[in-house]
Design a protein around this ligand. Sequence first.
Ligand code: CO
Length: 182
Amino acid sequence: MLRITKDGVPSLRAPSKEVPLPLEEKDRKLLMDMLEHLKESQDDSFREKHPSVREGIGLAAPQAGVNRRLLVIHYPKDGEGNYQTYCLANPRIVSQSVKECYLESGEGCLSVDKEHPGYSYRSYRIRVEAYDALLGQKVLIKAIGFDAIVLQHEIDHLDGILFYDRIDKKDPFLKKPGAIAL
Ligand code: CO
């Protein structure tokens, strides 16, 4: 279980540094610890024993107090026990659609305990280049919809951006024409 850096700590707003490839042992270990944290956070009985742990599906290294360009994502992608899992180093969005999407329920973040109601608009479709620590090679990820939202949320963390930065200050529930609600 990791100690999660919370909103208000300046390092959460600092840009993170690229990591050397192939991965150094400390970076690989951090990624595995982050993945373990997500898995534990999704375990009801673990959370009962550790009430400070909030359930999450993604985590970026700055949230573990380390300003390096590493992120993990882990969530069930169907009802049949299959998971969408990424353990990425140096992810970079190489293309993105003009078409946007947003989560109707709003986004959440393990580093942000305060409520920030509103829509965070994201590209509906993105391509991400990264080093995949599980595959041990560079990959090109094509992500759509929810998958794309989660990747963009985590990559934002590497640039010190939080989801509520993307909510319209004057009109948090502004409906943009053509954007897809998820
Ligand atoms: Co977050």
